[in-house]
Design a protein around this ligand. Structure first.
Ligand SMILES: Nc1nc2c(c(=O)[nH]1)N[C@H]1C(S)=C(S)[C@@H](COP(=O)(O)OP(=O)(O)OC[C@H]3O[C@@H](n4cnc5c(=O)[nH]c(N)nc54)[C@H](O)[C@@H]3O)O[C@H]1N2
Ligand SMILES: Nc1nc2c(c(=O)[nH]1)N[C@H]1C(S)=C(S)[C@@H](COP(=O)(O)OP(=O)(O)OC[C@H]3O[C@@H](n4cnc5c(=O)[nH]c(N)nc54)[C@H](O)[C@@H]3O)O[C@H]1N2
Ligand code: SF4
Ligand SMILES: [Mo]
Length: 723
């Protein structure tokens, strides 16, 4: 029997069909498809028609079933013995030990000494229940999640400008007809390959503009007259956006009618743009002034084409992690939104602004209470009305709900410290590899009184745990995910889980009972979703009109907000923005001091990102033989002109270091990267971990860390020939 479901990995949530191995033909080009490289794989994946992926999958999607019955799969709880060795134990003992550790932390240090680190990879049901579990069963305010590393700056900017944060406020297929697409700091050709098909219209019109310090696979799509590649110094996107907006205003390209009718703050914004003439922007960013002007004109041309009713018409501005993962990420995203509002893009049916959510449930995971300051339905935990509503659904008094906790980086800095977290639960994140300044995080994990990690493989974080709880994988459980468009979809159970693994909903239910939590904790996903509907009702992210049965059918898409009795909201803001007065807010922003002073003699700017074949910390994809043999180790991309005086040749082993750590990686000489910049992927652990070099400095509004600029020195370690 085949099962229709969606990919376990990124936010595109490509639709796939899972069938017993050998029953479905693997399309040409996807050769060696689903997991034939791994022992005894029982399922094969094939792409399924759906508006976002149109039958396409990337290499990670094709091979995703390989991990289901990988020999590295965890199938029993593991407890660390006095000798430091992790050994299998039974579930009763495991749950008793976890509950004992929580009570010990409460008694010795108070309830705030217990912490939870969640994930944008969890289903809506698990994410929702984890927030409730932290606050009612563990009685702690200290829950946050890896979405803080991922989406939080764009989310903060969206809330600031529009009063609401949904990554794409329109269906992805709307992009197909666009004339101009400005893609900033996003490498979809590697991070969401089937997305590229939606850029074809803009490429045909010569209107794809990619902003990236590297000539990434996505930037390369602009070649042959398909568009422009702007290649700024990392961390200077805000100046670039201010320069483009300056040209829009000074060349009379702004949509004055839209600005008047639908926004506030035009005059102060224009004043703040005056000083950003293109030649000044060139000196700050390295992007030629003429390209700054040309970009502004092409953005305006897209809007004009749509008005003229041309088949390729409309302009979209989209941001990714390259512009957001900075200490000024919220202001940079705000600059992109200001530009889009000046052009009249948001709230139009032919144009728009959006940010590309990253993790599988990066969108839903940020709506239902995993954030330290949040209750379900995207409610604020400090809002008395929100507390009252959610407390009533949970059957407790509002005073029983703790207040706000600590955002992720602060939470991690507090590990093992006086007044900090002493007992931590991790669900769905490999923080030992993916956190900024990972060396310090590892030390924090080691200083805890007790670390519980729920995972299905022994990730680098699980390997540090006192107790590892083996959980289910995507194809073994039911649930819902919310994709990058804000569309809620079903994740389906296709196979039975291995003996010994348990669902996280069940684990929460069992622990809540042991800790005598008030309220109920169900292990049935649909029951939890029914409760989520009630808890979200009336909130910004209202799911109250969505039911499991309806989600069976792809032809009745469910975009939130979806209040009961409505038909959902594929396109937001068509009539009004979500601020009480219905108007969007233009907020002037200006570049501040960089997080780290760069350009000291001999220093280079390290930026980080992704490879097609690996997902995040690599905990999953490094265990898929086909993917790990394609990308077995990180490569440091550096420009030949930079490598020459350092005596580094292609393939030499290099050492990359700064005050925080030292990393080894083989050098890949390429003119695709700026001479002042080097690039490392962050998918690898140990001495190959890029995050030993990144800093735990955060954006003051969103709490998002600076992953994209670090000052480093590079030297040759071993010449390739004499290895
Ligand atoms: N293969 C793969 N796909 C993934 C993931 C994965 O781990 N692997 N993860 C998923 C997740 S959670 C996310 S968040 C998305 C992320 O998807 P993307 O945002 O596309 O990913 P990144 O590679 O982090 O960054 C994109 C680009 O930003 C550029 N960049 C670096 N610094 C700067 C800068 O200062 N300015 C600008 N303009 N660009 C800069 C990098 O060179 C890189 O090409 O991908 C999702 N999809
Ligand atoms: N230098 C640098 N660092 C970065 C970034 C960057 O661009 N540069 N990007 C950041 C971004 S955008 C993100 S999103 C983070 C992501 O980084 P992480 O949060 O570390 O994400 P993953 O590597 O996907 O880790 C997920 C872990 O949970 C497990 N898992 C998967 N599904 C489930 C589940 O349903 N339940 C449980 N309990 N476990 C599960 C997996 O096996 C894996 O061990 O990395 C951030 N770190
Ligand atoms: S693009 Fe994302 S959702 Fe689609 S197959 Fe690849 S990893 Fe899976
Ligand atoms: Mo992410």
């Amino acid at each position: 029997m085949a099962t229709n479901t969606h990919c376990p990995y990124c936010a595109l949530q490509c639709a796939m069909r899972l069938a017993p191995a050998g029953r479905i033909a693997v399309p040409a080009g996807a050769a060696s498809g689903a997991g034939d490289s791994s022992a005894g794989t029982a399922l094969e994946a094939s792409g399924r028609d759906f508006p976002t992926n149109r039958g396409g999958l990337c290499r990670k999607g094709w091979t995703s079933p390989a991990l289901l019955n990988s020999p590295e799969r965890l199938t029993a709880p593991l407890l660390r013995g006095p000798d430091g060795v992790l050994r299998p134990i039974g579930w009763d003992e495991a749950l008793d030990r976890a509950a004992d550790a929580v009570r010990a932390a409460w008694e010795r240090h108070g309830t705030d000494a217990v912490g939870v680190f969640g994930s944008g990879g969890l289903t809506n049901e698990k994410a929702y229940q984890l927030g409730k579990f932290a606050r009612l069963a563990l009685r702690t305010p200290r829950i946050d999640y890896n979405g803080r590393f991922c989406m939080s700056s764009a989310a903060a900017a969206g809330n600031r400008a529009f009063g609401l944060d949904r990554g794409l406020p329109f269906p992805l297929a709307d992009l197909d007809h666009a004339h101009t697409v400005l893609l900033l700091g996003s490498n979809v050709a590697d991070t969401m390959p089937p997305f590229v098909a939606h850029l074809q219209g803009a490429r045909d019109a010569g209107g794809l503009i990619v902003v990236d310090p590297r000539r990434s696979a996505t930037a390369a799509l602009t070649g042959g007259g398909a568009g422009l590649h702007l290649q700024p110094t990392p961390g200077t996107d805000m100046a670039l956006l201010l320069g483009i907006a300056h040209v829009v205003v000074h060349e009379g390209l702004a949509d004055q009618d839209f600005v008047q009718r639908r926004t506030d703050g035009y005059r102060p914004l224009v004043r703040s743009l005056n000083a950003w003439w293109p030649e000044r922007v060139q000196s700050v960013t390295g992007v030629p002034a003429e390209l700054v002007r040309e970009t502004a004109r092409r953005l305006a041309e897209g809007v004009r084409s749509a008005r003229a009713g041309l088949s390729a018409g409309g302009t979209y501005i989209l941001t990714g992690r390259g512009v957001e993962q900075h200490v000024d990420g919220t202001d940079t995203a705000t600059a992109a939104i200001n530009l889009s509002l000046l052009l009249g893009l948001p709230g139009s049916s032919h144009s728009g602004y959006g940010t590309l959510t990253g993790q599988g449930n990066g969108q839903g995971g940020r709506e239902h209470g995993q954030k330290s300051d949040q209750l379900p339905g995207y409610r604020k935990i400090t809002d008395p009305a929100a507390r009252e509503h959610v407390a009533a659904v949970w059957g407790v008094a509002p005073e029983q709900l703790p207040g706000p906790g600590l955002p992720a980086v602060e939470l991690l800095k507090s590990l093992g410290r006086p007044g900090g977290v002493r007992c931590l639960f991790v669900h769905g994140s490999n923080i030992a590899v993916s956190s900024p300044d990972a060396g310090a995080v590892l030390a924090g994990l080691r200083s805890l009184d007790f670390l519980v990690v729920a995972d299905f493989v022994l990730s680098e974080t699980a390997a540090e745990a006192d107790l590892v709880l083996p959980v289910l994988q995507w194809a073994e459980e039911e649930g819902t995910m919310t994709n990058l468009e804000g569309r809620v979809i079903r994740r389906r159970r296709a196979v039975d889980p291995p003996e010994g693994a348990r669902s996280e909903l069940w684990i929460m239910r069992e622990l809540a009972a042991r800790l005598q939590a008030p309220s109920t904790f169900s292990d049935d996903p649909e029951t939890v979703f029914e409760e989520l509907r009630l808890a979200s009702a009336g909130g910004l992210a209202d799911y109250s009109g969505i039911g499991y049965a309806q989600l069976e059918h792809d032809d009745a898409p469910a975009y939130w907000p979806f209040p009961a009795g409505s038909a959902g909201t594929p396109r937001l803001f068509l009539k009004a923005f979500a601020h009480p007065d219905g108007r969007a807010k233009l907020t002037p922003v200006s570049p501040g001091v960089p997080a780290e002073q760069l350009h000291r003699a001999g220093e280079l700017i390290l930026t980080t990102g992704r490879l097609l074949e690996h997902y995040q910390s690599g905990a999953q994809t490094r265990r898929v033989a086909e993917l790990s043999s394609a990308q077995p180790e990180p490569r440091l991309q550096l420009h030949p002109a930079t490598a020459l005086p350092l005596g580094i040749g292609d393939g030499d082993m290099a050492e990359i270091s700064n005050g925080r750590g030292t990393v080894r990686a083989r050098a890949e000489l390429t003119t695709a990267v700026r001479p002042d910049t080097v690039f490392l992927p962050f998918h690898f652990p140990g001495e190959q971990s890029a995050n030993l070099l990144t800093q735990a400095a955060t954006d003051p509004v969103s709490g998002m860390p600076e992953f994209k600029t670090s000052a480093v020195r590079v030297r040759v370690l071993e010449k390739a020939g004499i290895l």
